[in-house]
Design a protein. Structure first.
Length: 168
């Protein structure tokens, strides 16, 4: 046997050995995750089933939702939603939402941290709510008491008159 034949024979044996090892090894499930994004980035879906109620904040100069499942800021022609450290923007309150970087927020919103915006909202809401609630309750209680007193007085007056009148 010459040198070429020995090299060829050793390569064939090596290939046969590798093939045998591959066939004898247990099968391994290969997991693959494919993410294809076409059209400018992924859109996140947030479930907002009804239009949120907004409260105008005078200090920062924009509106923010209250009573909604997410913090939504309304400024200009856009809605800005904050969720778990990420900002999103949309033309409509219910999306589609596009993820944006903090630098893409309008300067008026960007100048405040989300904690400050929430504090502004809570303070404004409690100030407006408490004032309206107190006034309404005071008026209702006063009216109710006045009407009750008047009715009692009228009945007493009639009874007193009927007793004082001589029978016919």
């Amino acid at each position: 046997m010459n040198k070429k034949e020995r090299v060829m024979k050793s390569k064939m044996l090596m290939l046969a050995g590798v093939a045998g090892m591959l066939m004898a090894s247990p099968s391994v499930d290969a997991l693959a995750d494919v993410n294809v994004s076409i059209g400018g980035g992924p859109r996140t879906a947030f479930v907002i089933d009804r239009p949120p109620t907004f409260i105008q904040l005078a200090t920062p100069g924009f509106s923010i939702s209250y009573g909604a499942p997410y913090d939504i800021v309304l400024y200009g022609n856009f809605y800005y939603l904050y969720d778990h450290g990420q900002w999103y923007r949309s033309h409509r309150y219910n999306g589609p939402w596009r993820s944006i970087h903090v630098r893409q927020l309008p300067p008026r919103i960007r100048r405040y941290r989300i904690e400050q915006i929430r504090r502004f909202r809570d303070d404004e809401y409690s100030r407006r709510h408490d004032r309206r609630f107190d006034r309404r309750d005071d008026r209702r209680d006063d009216r109710r008491d006045d009407r009750r007193d008047d009715r009692r007085d009228d009945r007493r007056d009639r009874r007193d008159d009927s007793w004082s009148m001589p029978p016919r």
